[in-house]
Design a protein around this ligand. Structure first.
Ligand SMILES: *Cc1c(COP(=O)(O)O)cnc(C)c1O
Length: 222
């Protein structure tokens, strides 16, 4: 299926209030332009250098999301333009985003990465760690950072019940954090959940941003 047809098909499956982030990492700008011409405006990348190059080559009204693990020393490169940083997994990274956003005189939107999968990964707060971080309240002293919600990745397994349970756990954490810490802030409204193989499950468990790459652009060549 063509890039345009796949994007149209995914959009038709999406409930009101859920948006598609087209994950274009490792794919050439020509393919991103094809998706853009089909009406797609939100793209996600996971490597700073690759993103920088593409930003220079592609239309200025693209909303660029950074979806990968972000090293603190690279924040400065994307701070002037990034629309949403999906995977903020430490307070240290958040503080660096605050610093660079202030330098650019803008507010940077972020999501807190939750670790809910069974798989071993170094990245993400457990729901307990995330709650403790929010309770401590240092984030309230970061006026140039806007916490828009949470992001997670489910385990890469065929067991749909396990995947559903992980998305549900993340969504329940989102709801409880919203009530406890963001009750008066409508901007805390996003759950970034779901990739090519599991986005339909994620949508059933409250996803508002699905991050889909290979289903649109085909396999990645590394
Ligand atoms: C690469 C990537 C995706 C997209 O994965 P696909 O399986 O190609 O849809 C989504 N989220 C993150 C964090 C990624 O790194």
């Amino acid at each position: 299926m063509s890039i345009a047809a796949t994007i149209q098909q995914i959009n038709q499956q999406m409930p009101e209030g859920t948006r598609l982030v087209a994950i274009s990492k490792y794919h050439p700008s020509s393919m991103i332009q094809e998706a853009y011409d089909a009406g797609q405006r939100i793209f996600g990348e996971s490597h700073v250098q690759e993103l920088q190059q593409k930003v220079g080559e592609l239309p200025g009204d693209i909303e660029w999301h950074f979806i990968g693990h972000l090293q603190t020393n690279k924040v400065k490169y994307i701070a002037p333009y990034v629309a949403l940083v999906h995977a903020v997994d430490t307070l240290k990274l958040m503080a660096e985003i605050e610093k660079q956003a202030a330098k650019c005189n803008r507010t940077i939107n972020i999501l807190l990465q939750l670790h809910v999968a069974q798989e071993e990964t170094k990245f993400g707060f457990t729901p307990e760690e995330c709650d403790a971080m929010l309770a401590e309240g240092q984030w309230k002293q970061m006026p140039h950072v806007c916490i828009k919600g949470i992001m997670c990745m489910a385990s890469n397994v065929d067991d749909e019940e396990q995947v559903a349970a992980e998305f549900e756990r993340a969504h329940q954490f989102f709801l409880s954090a919203k009530q406890k810490y963001f009750a008066s802030e409508p901007s805390f409204c996003e759950c970034s959940m779901g990739m090519s193989d599991d986005y339909q499950i994620a949508i059933q468990h409250g996803s508002t941003l699905v991050r889909i790459g290979s289903k649109i652009f085909g396999p990645r060549v590394y």
